[in-house]
Design a binder for this molecule. Sequence first.
Ligand SMILES: [Zn+2]
Length: 455
Amino acid sequence: MSRRKNKSSFGVLFLFALIIGGALYVYTSAIFERDVPVVQMENNGYWNLKKPLEISINDASGLKSYKIILKTATEQKTLQHEQYVTPQKSLNVKVSPPKSAYAMKEKEISIIVQATDTSKWNLLNGNSVIKEYKLKIDKKRPQLSAVANSYKIKKGGAALVIFKAKDDNLKNIYIQTNFGKIFKAQPFYKEGYYISLLAWPVTENSFRATIVAIDNADNIAKVTVPLYLKEKKYRTSYIKLSDKFLNGKIAELAEEFVETQGVTDSIEQFKIINEDVRAKNEKLIHDITSKVSTDMISNFKMKKMYPLKNAAIVAHFGDHRKYSYKGERISESYHLGLDMASNAMAKIKPQNSGDVVYADYNGLYGNMPIIHHGLGLYTLYGHCSSLNIASGDSIRAGTQIANTGKSGYAMGDHLHFGVLIQGIEVRPAEWMDSTWMKLNISNVIKDAKEIIDRG
Ligand SMILES: [Zn+2]
């Protein structure tokens, strides 16, 4: 009795173990996996019905089929449908809108993605996923037009542009150039209007600026700023390096810089200072002066600049300096400021108010304050002997900010005066000329406001 009972209960136990084992096998086996396919679509909720939608579908056990449906308020339309004999682990599907879509009146549609994998789970049907993406339809390009701009731009110089950019879903506006620089624009005066200073770098042979407006659906509008280009020849100076200079100023600077530690050859020292140290110092300047506020401004009034009274010009902006030693070309650089000199330790007083964004030592530039006057326009004062201001200060027009000197790479006491627009050095001469400033800055702003006010 008890033996038989034992026998049969053993049989039940065995069957039970088999079922559990089988279930465990199904439950843990890869061919019975229960993970649904992963569907992803790159989108920000907008579609222009031009750019194909990019959808990725991934599944560990492999995909058996997928279907992509366009759903509107009135209909559902299959855009793509695939069934695979060989399971696909990863799919990147590009979905173009149907030909009829462009005439569609709907403001919002849905894209439904269905995908099924090859798992034996779900009574051999596999795991399925359905994902729905709601997309706002925006086929309209942003409205874009130049409102007013400077008539011309000179090589090495600046110009101003004011433009209108309107779109219900405006994502980005900027000004593209032929030399890779992108200028930012600042909101101006009334909603939908923008202003930007532009700069033609002295090292570039041509200039073209194109305003670009992009909306959330990636509709793009472009308008080229209609500027008359004016050539300007800049000087090339051939400078012979003397032993006196190399053993004097260069040896002195070489002791100071990290880059020249352990370098004993004076020509090598000069090259490192003129190229590597200069590049590092200029990068700092360009980084600081690239910033533009996103606040709306309604005016930009600048007085003619003249930071040093009764000064003589001792070196010009844009000089291409080529250095040689004993008849051999050694190095070159551009002089990107205007050198002015009067008395030693003369008072430096900017004529325009602004915010001090830097007031410290910067290698070749010595003690160097930088002031932001708004709209991405900065002024820089190199080789100072002493500084009266600190970073973060706001200064009024006429404040004495520093004294001239010969700190950094300077032979005699002078001021290296730099003007920068969004990180690009421009000719200080333009900003020291009241006629140029009236024609290119204040008149453009006045004209633009009149046009904007007329609606
Ligand atoms: Zn200089």
